[in-house]
Design a protein around this ligand. Structure first.
Ligand code: PAF
Length: 284
């Protein structure tokens, strides 16, 4: 596996690959890799000739009181996993290489970045959109793979790619889950044993919302059933939101009409100082 630390070196390495006519798949990450990331890498390997992964804990997507400094950094283990899984190129830039001194440009994708995750984490999606645009420019991939686990991030990136006419095909990989249903996340390792046991309340609540909607309940009733389910499974958890949204715009929905535009049930909750998010795309 080729390990590259600057955008300039990356461009040189990838130019040769591109000139030889090979396609490039890209999986951006912040490291602390788990099975969920690795399944996205496998998707890239199946669809593209060459797979590039990046590991960069992006400071601009963390708020001042968030976990940037304590975000898990496991670079040596991550490298070994990527090497084992046959990833071709790993890009591990420094903050200075990504954000040269004096940089003032940032990307704001619009209203959807101010809802839900964006309301709780102001500026988060500006940081995500900006770093993803810089990474896309550095890698110039044919396709980039993101996890459905971060559904709002997926919606924001798809919107940015469409609005800025970026020549990248966005591919979404299903959420990988632990045996009990908890969505895999680098932040799960912060949970203590009691919080970990109760964290299944998120997926239990989403499953109930889906079941109730299909049984003919209104969104309001389904959400109420989801809240009660979360409270029953997760007394230690503090629910931040549970809603049903348009999967593309993240606008809240008030009526469930099967066969309309795709909808997603979304949830976020805090266990102690750990925030967890999850979602379920609703089948029509
Ligand atoms: O999903 C993540 O890990 C990050 O938000 C991303 C897309 C790598 C941008 O920093």
């Amino acid at each position: 596996m080729l390990i590259v630390e600057t955008k300039a070196d990356l461009r040189t390495a990838l130019n040769a690959i591109r000139k030889s006519g090979q396609t490039i798949g890209f999986v951006p990450t912040m490291g602390a890799l788990h099975e969920g990331h690795l399944s996205l890498m496998q998707m890239s390997k199946q669809q593209f000739d060459v797979t590039v992964a990046s590991i960069f804990v992006n400071p601009t997507q963390f708020g001042p009181n968030e976990d940037f400094s304590k975000y898990p950094r496991t670079l040596e283990i991550d490298k070994a996993m990527l090497e084992r899984d046959g990833i071709d190129v790993l890009f591990v830039p420094s903050v200075l290489d990504m954000y040269p001194k004096g940089q003032t440009t940032s990307i704001h994708v619009g209203e959807m970045t101010e809802l839900y995750e964006g309301a709780i984490r102001p500026g988060h999606f500006d940081g995500v959109a900006t770093v993803v645009a810089i990474l896309f420019n550095a890698v110039q991939p044919d396709g980039a793979i993101f996890g459905q686990k971060d559904a709002q991030q997926v919606a924001v990136i798809k919107r940015m790619v469409r609005d800025l006419a970026l020549p990248v095909n966005i591919i979404v990989g299903d959420t990988s889950r632990e045996a009990d249903g908890l969505a895999m996340s680098s932040r799960n390792r912060y949970l203590n044993a009691d919080e970990r046991r109760e964290s299944i309340g998120l997926i239990k609540a989403l499953n109930i919302v889906e079941r109730e909607l299909h049984a003919g309940d209104t969104i309001l009733m389904a959400k109420q059933a989801g809240i009660e389910t979360f409270e029953a499974f997760s007394p230690l958890g503090k629910l931040e939101y549970l809603d049903v949204v348009d999967s593309e715009t993240f606008q809240p929905m008030t009526s469930f009409e099967p066969n309309r535009r795709p909808l997603t049930a979304i949830i976020a909750a805090r266990f102690g100082s750990t925030r967890l998010i999850d979602n379920l795309p609703l089948t029509p």
